[in-house]
Design a protein around this ligand. Sequence first.
Ligand SMILES: NC(=O)c1ccc[n+]([C@@H]2O[C@H](COP(=O)([O-])OP(=O)(O)OC[C@H]3O[C@@H](n4cnc5c(N)ncnc54)[C@H](OP(=O)(O)O)[C@@H]3O)[C@@H](O)[C@H]2O)c1
Length: 286
Amino acid sequence: MLTDSDTRALGRTGIRVLPLGIGTNKWRGADRAAVGETYRTVIAAGPCMIDTAEVYRSERVVGDCLRADPGPALTATKFAPLPGRTSPRRLMRGLDASLARLGVRAVDLYYVHFPLPWVDVRVFGDGLIEAVKSGKARAVGVANFGAEQMRRIADHLARSGIPLAANQVHYSLLKRKAESNGVLDACRELDVALVAYFPLASGRLTRQSEHDRTRALLTLLAEIARAHDASISQVALNWLLARDPHVIPIPGATKPQHAKANLASLSWRLSEAEFDAIDRASADRR
Ligand SMILES: NC(=O)c1ccc[n+]([C@@H]2O[C@H](COP(=O)([O-])OP(=O)(O)OC[C@H]3O[C@@H](n4cnc5c(N)ncnc54)[C@H](OP(=O)(O)O)[C@@H]3O)[C@@H](O)[C@H]2O)c1
């Protein structure tokens, strides 16, 4: 039985998820049996957020997994606001097509995948409001939004009584911009989840490196990993989890052993001294 401390809040939506989700942007081209096993591994752990998007072309693969066993999975997908697809009506059409591919009546979280500088975020806000009111999305979020854009859309949604659940942004020990550009602060202030994509820097934070710019950090991660009988990737994920309770990393994995290893990072914690040492070693990446 999971308690509140085993899960994290998706903003103020009332929805709670495992502190680690899983990214599926490589599921389409991957070995199907391995992907199926990967999916079963994460849902066996609890309400894992399965992250997809219409542009990843992995929604059908995720749909196959859900059809085989929905379990406690939470499904998150994204609308791509490409030029010419910028009205609430187009967003709802995009959502309907995603629901058909996923084979579900509603998604748990529906994001706008990125902002378009020339389109007022309230236009997307109206689409997201309709997504919730129609019952086709339990919660809504944005991805790759700056702090100001996030505040504006959160304010617009709030006028309809809908909380902004999440902002999904690039965040890892090698990419700490969310800490300096106001996004992490805005997530704290507005109580919005910061869903971290590329949390393993596309695999660079899973193994030691001879690269000058990352060698020292990865050597430190390896030392700390050894002390916990853990792996470098577990240390990298644990650091993000310890950074702030709003952070929910979504490491991508197509292999069950990778998903299992990542979930194992939830069973131990970094000491304060270890957290600080990693913080200093990656500080130039802020
Ligand atoms: N919102 C956006 O604009 C946006 C943009 C990009 C990505 N995303 C989302 O973020 C997710 C994560 O991104 P990502 O998958 O590209 O990068 P990532 O999570 O930083 O790294 C994934 C890579 O690390 C490997 N890996 C995972 N766990 C491992 C472990 N324990 N040991 C060794 N290797 C391990 C994976 O290998 P295997 O595949 O072999 O298991 C894969 O090659 C995506 O799937 C997607 O859902 C969102």
